[in-house]
Ligand binder design. Structure first.
Ligand code: HSE
Length: 298
């Protein structure tokens, strides 16, 4: 018995929501085939597209799968085959796609013994392997779809947020690798009250904008006064790119997850495509090779 699943790429943080907000991309992601086996444990048989470890304990889908098996009363095991389209270190949730996809597929094969919240908890073990921190802001949208809020880590509380119908993301991935663990190390661990006020104002605004399909409010709320000023230094052309995206019609944008990918959100596919064209021109001048994606948020 086997199942083939789509494992979406995700944008974590979404500017103002460091470690708590995330969204899933409908049209960008990996594919995974998961098969039940009589043999216990998790066996990763094949990874196509990227050079990643097959050893269970070194692979994020293996580690997430083991966390699943540990809590399950199922007596067999699983085999995993991955078509890995999302590059590791790209900032669009490569490790989350594999971790979430594996546990999602296993749960389907066993008749859904676990809730989405429990699946997020298993998938977080994969994130811990990838970045030393079990953050949930990529795996939660990968499992729930759309936008999600991690209201609390302890206890884990995930809130799915409705996604306006015409919300599209444009994501550019400059072909440099930034490890999440490295781009977390450079962050300051304290913030001022003033910055806190700006940030939670924007988080509240973004959530309200999503609920009300108020695209202008979504755009105004896509600001990050804490993480972006530090991390953007690692991304060539960041400021220029962001302002060009907004001039081309984007509602707003920022760093996707821990970078180096940059995202912009737009109302409607046509605008998102115009934003992509404008970003392309900017990046061609910078001279670093890149990939670009346009996708509905869903
Ligand atoms: N919230 C995490 C970070 C996401 O920004 O480090 C990593 O994809």
């Amino acid at each position: 018995e086997e199942i083939k699943v789509f494992c979406p790429a995700t944008i974590a943080n979404v500017s103002c929501g460091f470690d708590v907000l995330g969204l899933a991309l409908e049209a960008v992601g990996d594919e995974m085939i998961v098969r039940k086996t009589a043999k216990k444990g998790i066996t990763i048989t094949k990874i196509i597209g990227q050079d990643l470890p097959l050893e269970t304990s070194k692979n994020v889908s293996g580690v997430a799968g083991l966390a699943f098996l540990e809590k399950s009363d199922y007596n067999g095991g699983f085999e995993i085959e991955i078509q890995k389209n999302i590059k590791p270190g790209s900032g669009i949730g490569s490790s989350a796609a594999s971790s979430a996809g594996a546990v999602w597929a296993m749960n389907e094969l066993l008749g859904r013994p676990f809730s989405n919240l429990e699946l997020v908890q298993f998938a977080m073990q994969g994130e811990k392997l990838a970045s030393n921190v079990a953050h949930a802001d990529n795996v939660a949208p990968a499992i729930y779809g759309g936008f999600t809020l991690v209201r609390s880590y302890n206890p884990l509380d995930i809130v799915p947020i409705p996604t306006p119908n015409e919300l599209y993301a444009t994501v550019i991935h400059p072909q440099i690798e930034v490890k999440t663990s490295d781009s977390r190390k450079i962050l300051k661990t304290n913030i001022t009250l003033e910055k806190g006020i700006q940030q939670w104002g924007n988080v509240g605004g973004l959530i309200a904008g999503l609920f009300q399909s108020d695209y202008e409010l979504i755009g105004r709320s896509l600001q990050d006064h804490i993480v972006e000023p530090i991390r953007s230094i690692l991304i060539p052309g960041f400021d220029e790119l962001k302002s060009n995206a907004i001039s081309a019609g984007a509602l707003g944008g920022g760093i996707s997850g821990s970078g180096p990918s940059i995202f912009a959100l737009s109302k409607g596919m046509d605008t998102a495509q115009k934003v992509a064209d404008s970003i392309k021109k900017t990046y061609q001048n910078i001279g670093i090779p890149f990939e670009i994606h346009v996708s509905k948020v869903n």
